[in-house]
Design a protein around this ligand. Structure first.
Ligand SMILES: Nc1ncnc2c1ncn2[C@@H]1O[C@H](COP(=O)(O)OP(=O)(O)OP(=O)(O)O)[C@@H](O)[C@H]1O
Ligand SMILES: [Mg+2]
Length: 440
């Protein structure tokens, strides 16, 4: 579509009909304000602009208008005597100019070139957008398992199938859920995470399905559940393995027919959500030992995606480390042996541990990030750094305890809940120990 802005009715009519005869769609306006409004609304590919138009009939006002049409190419039309003005217009960003009276053949050529240019610019923008979307979807890694994982995500995302993401802690399960949402038709809708393990069992139902005012002590007002909030989008059920049995039944009913009942409500409601669930636990084993419902398990595991442990990703270790470092401190770099150290080390805490280590090392390092900084950041060198050898049994136990905690903290990226779980401590118990050891 071409926007033709000119205040002379006869010229407007003739030019428009000539352009239409060339197969262009044309929209006409008679002044600058109308041109601006029409541009915003119709997004024409090319603008043909008369410089002197009402209300001021001042060519400078016309020139000032040119940038408003970016990125569409603007062809200005000026009287013969106005060559200097035409040059000024080009300087202001106009694509070309035509002298009035306009030669129809020249008009044809100039407009065709401008349209061509607009098309190319659009194509380029579309390509760039596609490139960005298809690139890594936020999941960095060139190792075969990561390439395969991204390919699967691309295939699964556009469907409405429930997805189960399985993998050890810190391997990017949440990132996978986000990538699925972003690559799905629901991308413009909400992505609502629910941390099934972090919400106390008796609150989970109202958290998920909402409640009515007065339905229990403390329910002072109606509250929408996350299931309702996620309508039109994706509900991410994180740590699904921790979901209490009573809730498993209710969730199953919602998954079966999309209906649910807010706490205290009599009628059923519906919500349209896509389910992505994740857990680091062995759900199949949980089904066998009876702690997870088999019917729910099969309902959730429409498609299973597995996030590989970091030690199975080869050169991705060094790649991830470099990207994390650049994000943390753009001007920093690793020493040569630091990357080697990262590549050969085992990372039981997976990507989360690597990321925490790199960020910590970057903060500690003076200049280049070296092996020493990483050793310190990961707690790998604890034994080396102990100033004196423990003498008594008590000292030895304390030393061992400290080392275990430091290592677990590094592995979980200083996630206290995960660290406590891993060490079989309560969160409060862990924090107390950390305080005592000066680790906070
Ligand atoms: N492939 C990857 N590219 C970039 N960052 C990643 C990648 N995988 C994981 N991460 C980063 O590692 C950290 C842990 O990822 P995430 O929270 O998704 O793990 P998880 O599998 O959900 O772990 P958990 O089971 O403990 O909840 C995050 O900071 C995340 O951004
Ligand atoms: Mg997670």
């Amino acid at each position: 579509m071409i926007l033709l802005a000119d205040d002379e009715p006869a010229f407007q009519r003739l030019t428009a009909s000539w352009l239409r005869s060339q197969g262009h769609e044309v929209m006409t306006v008679g002044d600058g304000d109308a041109a601006r409004a029409a541009f915003a609304k119709a997004k024409p590919e090319v603008v043909l602009l008369d410089l002197a138009m009402p209300p001021h009939h001042d060519p400078q006002a016309g020139i000032a208008l040119i940038p408003a049409f970016a990125p569409a190419p603007v062809v200005v039309m000026t009287g013969h005597a106005d060559q200097a003005l035409a040059m000024q217009a080009i300087e202001a960003g106009a694509w070309d100019f035509l002298a009035k009276p306009v030669d129809p053949d020249l008009l044809k050529v100039v407009v065709a070139r401008a349209v061509e240019r607009a098309r190319l610019a659009q194509e380029l923008a579309a390509l760039r957008a596609r490139d960005e979307a298809s690139e890594d979807m936020g999941l960095i890694g060139q190792s075969p398992p990561m390439v395969a994982l991204r390919a699967l995500i691309r295939r699964v995302a556009p469907t409405n199938l429930p997805v189960m993401v399985l993998g050890p802690s810190g391997t990017g399960k949440e990132l996978v859920a986000r990538a699925i949402h972003a690559a799905s038709a629901r991308a413009k809708g909400p992505l609502v995470p629910v941390h099934c393990g972090a919400v106390p069992a008796d609150l989970l139902e109202s958290e998920l399905f909402g409640h009515l005012k007065g339905s229990f002590t403390g329910a002072h007002a109606d509250r929408a559940g996350l299931v309702e909030v996620a309508h039109g989008g994706t509900l991410f059920l994180d740590e699904i393995g921790e979901m209490p049995p009573a809730m498993q039944v209710k969730l199953l009913r919602f998954l079966a027919d999309g209906t649910y009942q807010p706490v205290g409500a009599r009628e059923m409601r519906t919500s349209d959500v896509r389910i992505v669930a994740a857990t680091h636990r062995d759900l199949a084993a949980a089904v066998t030992d009876g702690s997870f419902r088999e019917d729910l398990y099969y309902r959730l595991k429409g498609v299973v995606l597995s996030t590989p442990k970091l030690d199975d990703r080869g050169a991705d270790k060094a790649l991830l480390a470099q990207i994390f470092l650049r994000r943390a401190t753009p001007q920093a770099s690793f020493s040569a042996d630091a990357l080697g150290w990262i590549a050969q080390r085992a990372w039981p805490g997976n990507v989360r541990e690597l990321r925490a280590a790199v960020e910590c090392a970057a903060a500690l390092a003076q200049g280049q990030v070296g092996v020493q900084d990483l050793v310190f950041a990961t707690g790998s060198g604890e034994s080396v750094q102990t100033a004196h050898q423990p003498q008594t049994l008590e000292e030895e136990v304390a030393e061992l305890e400290r080392r275990r905690i430091v290592e677990a903290l590094a592995r979980t990226g200083h996630n206290h809940t995960h660290t406590a779980r891993e060490l079989g401590l309560s969160r409060v118990g862990l924090l107390k120990k950390m305080d005592r050891m000066g680790l906070r």
